[in-house]
Ligand binder design. Structure first.
Ligand code: SF4
Length: 348
């Protein structure tokens, strides 16, 4: 069967900045008709919007929606005060499965600072928001525009991709010059009114038509303004850090079918979380291997080796970690990294 020739992408007839009103109208018209009704778009409460932004930083929209993570977090911590006063273990347990736990620690710190230094009121402009702990330029722009309709630009992965394609930008977008260029374009395209809708529309264009692979250019609402002929090749990025394979050797120690030994993480990204205690491979070489699990974390591919060990023969840990036996009820309440939660659920 002969190959079906690919449909060539149309060449832009209009420059987005030189036809800025037409560009904005095309984007807003499409969004008005087809924009998605996400839960965080139904509110202008800056607290709820900040929660959604922090949650979506390293977690996909699909995962947040599917498991009602945004709604469940707000049910547990409905306002600044409930978040600021939450015990660490309750906070980490509620965040379990989303990973990157420093996000929720920073969120709590932000709530405390707003209560203490701002009488519980969010600053409404980006510079005031950026002065809060853990809030960078993107999050400040998102809260300012989505909560207060303040004309603040935003650039995140989706908008970065759309901009690089619209302007056929052939420099790395994660280098300082590239980042500056994208922010300048985002600012230039943003209208002074309806920033909330415009920013939402821009992001959603990147999530829908202008996806990383197979962008749907022929039906894209702003195709007349798009300069690139080869969207699949953009955006350009600096060379990625290589993936590193690591092994993790952990103990499964259980007292007579009851409590299980867990270790509390200290001084790492998982600080405050509980997991199976870790030892060196040499210390565990004589114990039977129960299971092997694989999971990814940042640029690491981890292989977790789980060994059965009787309570009377626990090898000594390096340093002085907190290790305790926990019964099944407390296992449910303790915050735990997802790979360990899954492994324990299977083992028990
Ligand atoms: S979907 Fe295609 S036409 Fe639309 S902005 Fe992306 S690359 Fe351009």
């Amino acid at each position: 069967m002969p190959d079906v020739p690919a449909v060539p992408k149309r060449v832009a007839t209009r420059h987005p900045l030189r036809n800025i009103r037409a560009f904005r109208s095309a984007l807003l018209r499409w969004f008005d008709e087809s924009g998605t009704d996400y839960p965080w778009r139904r509110t202008t409460d800056p607290y709820a919007i900040l929660v959604s932004e922090v949650m979506l930083q390293q977690t996909t929209i699909g995962a947040v929606i599917r498991n009602r993570r945004f709604e469940r977090f707000l049910e547990k911590f409905p306002d600044l005060r409930s978040l600021a006063e939450a015990p660490e273990s309750a906070l980490l347990r509620t965040w379990e499965g989303l990973g990157y736990y420093n996000r929720v620690r920073n969120l709590q710190e932000t709530a405390r600072v707003i209560l203490k230094d701002h009488d519980g009121e969010f600053p409404a402009d980006p510079s005031g928001l950026e002065s809060l702990p853990g809030i960078g330029r993107y999050t400040a722009g998102a809260v300012a525009s989505f909560a207060f309709d303040y004309p603040a630009p935003i650039v995140e992965a989706n908008i970065s991709r759309v901009l690089s394609r619209l302007f056929d930008y052939r420099e790395p977008v994660d280098a300082p010059a590239g980042r500056n260029q994208l922010w300048n374009w985002a600012e230039a395209l943003l209208p002074t009114r309806h920033a909330r809708t415009f920013n939402s529309a821009f992001m959603e264009l990147g999530q829908s038509y202008c996806s990383p692979r197979s962008p749907n250019c022929l039906q894209c609402p702003v195709q007349d303004f798009c300069a690139t002929r080869n969207p699949d090749t953009l955006p350009l990025k600096k060379t990625r850090r290589a993936t590193v394979e690591i092994d993790e050797h952990v103990l499964f120690v259980r007292k007579r079918g009851g409590p299980v030994l867990l270790a509390r993480e200290e001084g790492s990204r998982r600080k405050g979380l509980w997991k199976l205690p870790e030892r060196s491979h040499d210390q565990l070489a004589d114990f039977p291997l129960l299971a092997t699990r694989r999971y990814d974390i940042t640029h690491h591919k981890v292989t977790m080796h789980i060994y059965r060990c009787p309570p009377s023969r626990i090898p000594p840990p390096a340093g002085t970690p907190t290790e305790q036996f926990h019964c099944s009820t407390s296992l449910q309440e303790l915050p735990m990294p997802s790979p360990f939660r899954r492994a324990l659920t299977d083992l028990l």
